[in-house]
Design a protein around this ligand. Sequence first.
Ligand code: BGC
Length: 841
Amino acid sequence: MKATGAATATAAIGAGEAAAGGDDSYAGIDSLLRSLSLEQKVGQMTQVAIGTFDPESASIPDSFGVDTLGEYFSKLGVGSILSGGAAPPSFDAQTVVEGINDLQTYNLDHADHGIPFLYGVDATHGNVLLEGATSLPQRLNMGSTRDPELVEHAERHTSAATASMGAHWTFAPTTDLQRDPRWGRFFEGISEDPKLEGDVSRARARALEADDRMTACVKHFGAYSIPNNGNDRAPASTSMRDLRTNLFPPYQEALKAEPGTVMVNSGAVNGKPAHASHWLLTEILRERYGFEGMIVSDWDDLNRLLTNHDYAPDFRTATKESINAGVDMYMIGNGGSAPGPVKFIDTVVSLVEDGEIPEERIDEAVRRILELKVDLGLFEAPTVDESRIGGVLGGAQDASEKLAKESMVLLENDDGTLPLSGDEDVLLTGPGVDGNGNNTRPLMQHGGWSLGWQGPSAGGPFPRQTLLVDELASRVGDLTHVPTYYDNSTWWAGQGDGQNQQSDENGDFDLTDQQEADVRSAAPDADAVVVVLGEGCHNEGFGDRDELVLDESQQRLVDIIDEKTDDDTPVVGVMLAGSPRGSAATFEKLDALLFAGEPGSDGGVAIAETLVGEYNPSGKLAFSWPRNPGTPVGTTPVQYNRYPPTSTGATDNSPLYEFGHGLSYTDFEYSNLSVTPSAVKDPGKAETVTVSVDVTNTGDRHGEHIVEAFNTQSYGSVLQPLRRLVGYERVSLDAGESTTVEIEADLAALEVVPGDIPALDAKLVEAGDYELSVGGLSTTLTIKGAGSVTSDGPLVSLYDRNDDGRITGSDFKDLLGKLWTDDDHGKGKKKGHGKRRGRRD
Ligand code: BGC
């Protein structure tokens, strides 16, 4: 029968010109909604992970309540499917696009309602789901570039490549402030600075929707990135002031791009799981930030209210709280004994029938889902042109290569060790081969979410890639390569017996006797040694670590090289890692150290060109590198914009390399710093001021340079961070060239939540003098009157007695009633000890 279903739904929402985005493109959604049964509506709110495109496949968890994949559509009418972990059923592009088209056709033919499904994937740094795809530099590299325009340009390709494979939705950009390097998702953050995190996330959110058939997903709202013990999905202990000043602003900025969807934080904030927080999802995200799109849960996260947080006694309670808090769609994974789609649908239906979830809440969620499908043109064209992906896959090489180069951060360069002349006989060593002879260095180059959840498999397939060994070989006199042992399988080992293995190094590294002998014999003859250091690719909880030391065998490798080379032989470290790794004790044995991060497809070229000076490095760290990586207590997190004091006690807790550190092969000098206007009456009306500074390339070669303006001193009603970034600009200067750089400094970066500890007041730039600095120069900006740039008024919660997000007369009536009862009629209570029963004390 079901073909008529498709025709009905398509006709109902008004296909044709209207569906393509005309004024009345949503016409018909009302009648479509009315035509759906409650079960069908909740079906639309259901997203299931798929492991195959075959509707006949019976590989479905027993607890899921269906026999075949096809029954997700024919029996349940699910609204969405996903391939989690950057792992679609096949890494072959043509297989994917044909498979997804076939499945969509099956859905339309078999689902009663005939509504096309949404297909979501994790294209988190490029379309990293397909063999040969462009893997853009990871997010922590994007932060080092300070180049949101270039990131945006590159991510437009991601949008096209992801749409061409038949997906409609990428779970990106990750917009979680990058603050704690113990956390296994540190590499997914742009920066520890909220302005930089926000700027790049907004650019990405906009770019990822560049293709008309793609929607983005700002995630994971909010404050996912600061688990109190560094472990994934552990609760965040933070303050209202920190949330409003640092953690929320990046999401708020990204939301300005009007992304179609937002994903919820899997953790808990101040003792409340985000998925059950009406305050977070409705009062802040929707009412305060004006988000009108669809809210999706994270993977199995309704169930995680039981299993991870031990918060809800049963799935029914978890479901009720999450849907009432504001979750519109439940993302259901494909494993274990977790409640599947049947259980979810039955539970919601029963909650609605029992009056515990209002049916209007369901209609609201389904309307958002249907509107998104209309926006993406799915009713009009449910399937995708299968010939397009071939021409798009692996593209944007120029942008990707430029990004990779701009993200290279030169941490150390003693006496101009780098660049190499290019004539040297070079020994290249460091992790790069497993016990089966597989080349494993590409894994470190791409990181997690790259053709697999924990990164690519050792034997491939791989994204498109250039490799350091090849690129260096063609740029130096002679190259000897001694890769040492690295196996990425440790995260998976032991799963059979229920033990999830992790290692602090995020991989299994070793130096075999043979490898050691080869290094010992090659090092003395080398004119220069390049040693790759770093960590294995990883993701989520499997990536968590409580030390940031380099693996012992890597430290030993550096010792051996140090021992076997004379003082004139340059020893250059190249670090491939998604977090700050290693300590001064190792770095002192190196003459230069390049932090390459996880530079993706074009990492090989970017590193090799930087080492030989074809490219002059310009990246700046977007995070601060802890000084004591082996002793986490007290030294991490250590972000540059922390509050005073800088350091206390016996241990030096200052960062080893601070946010903004990054060397060049040339020198830059600043002069003539000024700010215009130098006095602002009302920051709410000015929003930006212009910081102007002359920059001269005083060295002897061309270079790019990032000029950063900081607020370095100010006083107010609350603590001020040691420094905070107000703006930045990238310039390109020939040797001897000068230019005047104008930076639009963002006054929002100076906002604080004034007042005492509860921090519920409106955010403001307070009146006073603000020292602005570029390099060693400084000038003063005077704010004459306090004003709000983000118009982030006081939080209503304290007075919003009935939690409806609005303050009305009835709230005051209730509040007065409580005060009257508690204080004036405190019968039976001793004076001065009257118990307050306010709900938010
Ligand atoms: C992650 C999300 C991701 C989802 C789907 C979850 O485990 O937290 O970031 O989008 O899986 O792969």
